[in-house]
Write a protein that binds this ligand. Structure first.
Ligand SMILES: Nc1ncnc2c1ncn2[C@@H]1O[C@H](COP(=O)(O)OP(=O)(O)OP(=O)(O)O)[C@@H](O)[C@H]1O
Length: 251
């Protein structure tokens, strides 16, 4: 019998140095579904996803992982040694054959054109695309992305979330991503899990965005986002973004 889930966590708790970092968290991930993990700084998001990948010891609870599950992971940070320059191509080739799939993955994530560039010279958006490319090289059934759009401007974020949705469709993989970009999370996610050590609320983005626990944690930020996206535009911009003085219509 095939399991309906790729990964299922039941009441996972992680304690370190007398502190509870994750408290009885339960979740389930399926092929073709995007789940976003949101929560304030220090809420335990990275700790939880590292535990789901068995990179950290779980103190209580159960973790069921589909046999042979291939996970592609995009970490939050990449520590590169500045004294050891490495090109994008060499970085992606570490432990990886340069076969047809390798070049297809590079095409999909649009990194082929930067193969010869040193990793240290990449812009934030280019680096995120390279890390995403590396995450899909092993043909993952589950993609785990830790703040994939960090440091990108609004257009860069929109582009990256579009790419993630496209990869989900093409690979039919499950996606679990940690995000702080509530605006995009709400638009690009099948399920939102709001974590603050314990899971405060979860479900469809529209439902979660109205949940009292969510509003307590993110109400102000959401209000600011709404203000940002619906600000009163009482001026005009020229083609280069310059401000054009309002005209006086004295007819
Ligand atoms: N090995 C450890 N021992 C003790 N405390 C730890 C350990 N690892 C993480 N922590 C603490 O656990 C808390 C949760 O950290 P974590 O990185 O999971 O949060 P996060 O939700 O991913 O935060 P951010 O949004 O800032 O990335 C933090 O207070 C962190 O200092």
């Amino acid at each position: 019998m095939t399991e309906p889930f790729l990964l299922k966590a039941e009441s996972l708790s992680i304690h370190r140095q007398g502190r509870t970092l994750v408290d009885k968290a339960s979740l389930s991930l399926q092929a073709g579904k995007v789940v976003s993990l949101i929560g304030p700084n220090g809420a335990g998001k990275t700790t939880l996803i590292r535990a789901l990948m068995k990179l950290l010891k779980i103190d209580e609870g159960h973790l069921h992982i589909k046999e042979g599950l291939r996970i592609g992971y995009m970490p939050q940070k990449l520590n590169l040694d500045a004294s050891l320059p490495i090109t994008v191509l060499a970085f992606l080739s570490l432990n990886q054959k340069r076969d047809e799939h390798f070049f297809e993955s590079a095409e999909k994530t649009d990194v082929r054109c930067i193969f010869e560039r040193p990793m240290q010279s990449l812009s934030g958006g280019e680096l995120q695309r390279v890390l995403l490319c590396r995450a899909i090289l092993k043909k993952p059934q589950l993609l785990i992305l830790d703040e994939p759009a960090q440091g990108l401007d609004v257009n860069g974020q929109a582009e990256l979330y579009r790419l993630i949705a496209q990869l989900r469709d093409e690979l039919n993989c499950g996606v679990l991503m940690v995000s702080h970009d509530l605006h995009f999370v709400m638009a690009a996610t099948d399920e939102v899990i709001c974590l603050n050590q314990h899971i405060c609320c979860h479900g469809h983005p529209e439902k979660v965005s109205l949940h009292p626990e969510y509003l307590k944690l993110f109400g102000q930020q959401q209000a600011a986002n709404v203000a940002l996206y619906t600000h009163h535009h009482d001026h005009q911009h020229g083609v280069h973004g310059e401000l054009i003085e309002p005209c006086n219509h004295n007819h």
